[in-house]
Write a protein of this length. Structure first.
Length: 60
C-alpha cells in the first residue's frame, strides 16, 4: 500500500494528531491485514508516510 507523504507543513498543522502503527493497533481491535483491507475499501482512514520507512494515521 502506498501511503501519501505528508509535507513538513502538513505535519505542523495545529490540532493534527498522528499515531504510528503500534499505537493504532493498541487503540483499534483490528489486525494489520484487516486495517489494510478497510483502507483499500475506503472504510478506514488512510495512512500517511512520515518518513521513507514509517507511516502514521491522523486521529482527526
Amino acid at each position: 500500500m502506498n501511503a501519501r507523504a505528508l509535507t513538513s507543513q502538513e505535519m505542523m498543522t495545529p490540532g493534527r494528531v498522528l499515531i504510528k502503527r503500534k499505537q493504532l493497533l493498541q487503540k483499534v481491535p483490528l489486525g494489520e491485514r484487516t486495517i489494510l483491507e478497510l483502507e483499500r475499501a475506503g472504510k478506514f482512514p488512510k495512512r500517511f508516510s512520515i518518513t521513507t520507512r514509517a507511516v502514521a494515521w491522523d486521529l482527526h
